[in-house]
Design a protein around this ligand. Structure first.
Ligand code: SF4
Length: 320
């Protein structure tokens, strides 16, 4: 995505300290532990590398019940958040710093063609894929940073949508996994409109109910109110999926007051005309950026889900 890296975004760019997958990586924090398929290596593969590709990486996801083709427009691993739970591996220099739009589209075309022919499941990375999951579910803008900070975000969405319409089944989704920090930018809004016209879905992160907790978790200079305003504004136009990650911080789970405040923010978004189709609740799955972060239990996640169902009337799904 970026011919000019992060050209249009926030004045202050933070770089997360160390390693782990990102929220965008939330995409690979896959699914329900009850599946008998859990032990399959295809589900344990979280790498954003496939063949010799630099930008396009297919993964099999139980959450999407099929193949998800990731599009990484942040190969430099820079993000405008610095989440304490981030799982993007930033311990080493990235090999690719800039997005070559043409190279990305070549990679995407080839992966889509391989998915259509089934050849993709001959690859070492995907050959363990169970037959019932050998279906293309989505193309996901998700990578090693915030996709909407890519200066050519609107163009990459348009060109991806063109490839989807010619090479993918009609029902294939376009998914944006985002921290919602850039929705106020016109070229990002244009990209969101293009998503809407192409079976798009927005998965927006909301991990906090108070600005104090938000800044503690996301470690960004971007105001909490902007995130709330951006989510509400986007949700007034189309229903959003909200992704919320909760964790222990120094062995302390989020307080009851924080969960209550988070429910209040969700209610405010709805009262403001925002549509929320689903809340995805999950916790850290692999070593996070900070060693003082640890996973909540499934019981704690279920309690949070129950709170949001009871207090907000929303549908909630738990992933551990
Ligand atoms: S938004 Fe947070 S979790 Fe996602 S890539 Fe940025 S720092 Fe990592």
């Amino acid at each position: 995505m970026m011919a000019v890296r992060h050209g249009k975004y926030e004045p202050k760019v933070t770089r997360a300290m160390s390693s782990r997958p990102n929220p965008q990586t939330h995409r690979s924090l896959n699914a329900p532990a009850e599946s008998a398929e859990n032990g399959l290596s295809v589900f344990q593969r979280h790498s954003r590398r496939f063949a010799n590709n630099r930008f396009v990486y297919p993964v099999v996801s139980r959450r999407s019940a099929g193949l998800s083709i990731g599009i990484n427009v942040n190969p430099d691993r820079i993000c405008n958040f610095d989440c304490i739970y981030c799982q993007v591996d930033r311990r080493s220099e990235s090999e690719t710093r800039f997005v070559s739009m043409e190279q990305l589209l070549v990679e995407l075309r080839i992966v889509l063609q391989q998915a259509a022919s089934g050849e993709i499941y001959d690859s070492p990375e995907l050959r363990d894929t169970p037959h019932h999951l050998r279906r293309l579910n989505d193309l996901a803008f998700s990578g090693d940073g915030e996709p909407t900070t890519f200066v050519n975000f609107d163009e990459i969405v348009t060109r991806t949508a063109e490839l989807r319409s010619t090479l993918a089944p009609l029902e294939t989704k376009l998914v944006l996994i985002t921290n919602a920090s850039m929705f106020h930018r016109e070229h990002v809004r244009q990209g969101l409109r293009t998503l809407d016209q192409n079976n798009g879905q927005i998965w927006a992160k909301l991990d906090a109910g108070t600005k104090e907790y938000y800044h503690r978790i996301e470690r960004t200079t971007i105001p909490f109110q902007r995130i709330l305003d951006n989510i509400a504004g986007a949700a007034r136009v189309r229903p959003l999926v909200i992704q919320s990650l909760f964790m222990n911080v120094h062995q302390e789970p989020p307080s009851a007051a924080e969960i209550s405040a988070w429910c209040d923010r969700l209610n405010e978004i709805q009262a403001d005309g925002g549509m929320i189709e689903l809340i995805q609740i999950y916790t850290v799955a692999r070593p996070p950026a900070e060693s003082f972060v640890s996973a909540l239990s499934i019981h704690q996640l279920n309690d949070i889900a129950e709170s949001v169902r009871t207090n907000c009337g929303l549908t909630a799904a738990v992933f551990d």
